[in-house]
Design a binder for this molecule. Structure first.
Ligand SMILES: Nc1nc2c(ncn2[C@@H]2O[C@H](COP(=O)(O)OP(=O)(O)OP(=O)(O)O)[C@@H](O)[C@H]2O)c(=O)[nH]1
Ligand SMILES: [K+]
Ligand SMILES: [Mg+2]
Length: 426
């Protein structure tokens, strides 16, 4: 195994920058700059190469088996300037015993050494990318191994069921009737209902990762773009007194109650002779239909122009122009904006519901695959006495699908995909 090194923090100015080394020669390579290091713990050292003094650094030594990667690791906490980190990385690069790390290579080694399972690696990737509170909560739970623990409980029960079926195979030639059917069924039905529940929740977890879409829709000049700007707190969209101003869909990313949301401003909906505006209206309708929530901005006495789904919000605009009821908004004065944000946050939280342990499409697909195999077994329970090997085979496929969640099987193909999202030094 080669020794690798990389800057673990962002390149640029900062109080501290961390350079990490991992591998069998991590300590001797670091000692090339620091002089002799203790086998464990932290120490303050001057770093020198043949040109002279490079920096003074806090040096952390993690022995094999007690580090993030499982290998010997040294972390150099440097002064966080581009010149210092460049000089130290260059000095490390001159040591033949070490080479720069590839993207995600530290985490890859942590996985290879059993420090993290596959779902935890995904959690780590998400935690590094987390921008909102909901993303952080979800990722940290994954990193903590929540999915791995659940998968283990499914695995144990399915292996028990498989053992019962196998026992039937062993007894098949003899005239000993062993009715393991009821217990097998109970085990499978239990696991299956949990799988289905988790698979259903995984879609929402994926949305927490990627974000929700909220579309503002309504008639031309309803004040949609003005409302978007008020919600975004900046002039993201052009507004004017001319009906038909907005044509393209305008997207603004924001954080609503800890959830990542893309707010969409759309063209005012009307029949029009203007070909370009008509394209805009078509886009507005298409994007708004796909959005998770539509905010229907209406003028006094007007009706929403699209069908109103249960999670949608209908809101009266330009409240500053008339005696508006509560709940009305004015993008111009900002009145009612906080209440609208509150309603949106509530609607989104309700959609999110109770958090599950599955957070990726990959997890959802594996659970559906496993659940499908359990379906096969359950629908063929009458074969238990004549052809138990058929049931055992389907059940093994189901267990394999569950094992793929944490990376016991199908590892290589999944790894490539996961690590493609990592950056150097992670
Ligand atoms: N008094 C008042 N005027 C508003 C308010 N919101 C928007 N307006 C005005 O209404 C006109 C249209 O506003 P926009 O935000 O461009 O409306 P829009 O719905 O995006 O219009 P289109 O993109 O053309 O469909 C502009 O003159 C705005 O200044 C409001 O809350 N109060
Ligand atoms: K307008
Ligand atoms: Mg507009």
């Amino acid at each position: 195994m080669e020794t690798i090194f990389a800057l673990a923090t962002v390149r640029g100015r900062s109080g501290v920058a961390v350079v990490r080394l991992s591998g069998p020669d991590a300590v001797p390579v670091a000692e090339g700059l620091t002089g002799p290091l203790p086998p464990d713990g932290r120490t303050l050292r001057k770093l020198r190469d043949e040109t002279g003094l490079l920096d003074e650094a806090l040096v952390l030594v993690f022995p094999k088996g007690r580090s993030f990667t499982g290998e010997p690791v040294v972390e150099l906490q440097l002064h966080g300037s581009i010149a210092v980190t460049s000089a130290v990385l260059a000095a490390l690069g001159r040591d033949q015993r070490a080479r720069p790390a590839d993207a995600g290579e530290f985490t890859h080694r942590a996985f290879a050494n059993g420090r993290l399972d596959l779902a935890q690696v995904e959690g780590l990737a998400d935690l590094i990318d987390a921008e909102t509170e909901a993303q952080r909560r979800q990722a940290v739970r994954a990193l903590d191994g929540a999915l791995g623990r659940r998968a283990e409980s499914w695995r144990v029960r399915l292996i028990r069921a498989a053992a019962l079926i196998e026992a039937t195979i062993d007894f098949a030639d003899e005239d000993v009737p062993v009715d393991v059917g009821p217990e097998v069924e109970e085990l499978l039905v239990g696991v299956q209902s949990e799988l289905r529940k988790e698979a259903a929740g995984a879609g929402m977890a994926e949305r927490i990762r990627t974000g929700f879409e909220v579309a503002i829709v309504g008639a031309p000049n309803a004040g949609k773009s003005t409302l978007l700007n008020a919600l975004a707190g900046r002039d993201a969209a052009i507004t004017s007194e001319r009906a038909g101003t907005t044509r393209d869909v305008i997207e603004v990313r924001m954080d609503l109650g800890g959830l990542a949301v893309t707010l969409l401003d759309t063209a005012g909906i009307r029949d029009t002779e203007d070909e370009v505006e008509r394209i805009g209206v078509d886009r507005a309708l298409a994007r708004a239909r796909q959005a998770d929530i539509r905010v229907h901005l209406v003028e006094r006495g007007a009706e929403p122009l699209m069908s109103v789904e249960p999670q949608d919000i209908v809101v009266l605009g330009k409240s500053d122009l008339h005696d508006a009821p509560t709940g009305a908004v004015s993008g111009q004065t900002g009145a009612g904006i906080d209440e609208l944000v509150g309603k949106l946050t509530d609607a989104l939280s309700e959609m999110v519901g109770e958090p599950g342990v599955a957070i990726r499409e990959r997890h959802r697909l594996a659970m559906i695959r496993a659940s499908g195999q359990l379906d096969n077994v359950l629908s063929q329970m009458t074969l238990l006495s004549e052809a138990p090997d058929i049931l055992a085979e389907d059940l093994r496929d189901g267990i394999r699908a569950i094992d793929s969640l944490v990376g016991r099987v199908d590892v290589e193909q999944i790894l490539g995909e996961i690590f493609s999202s990592f950056c150097i030094g992670k």
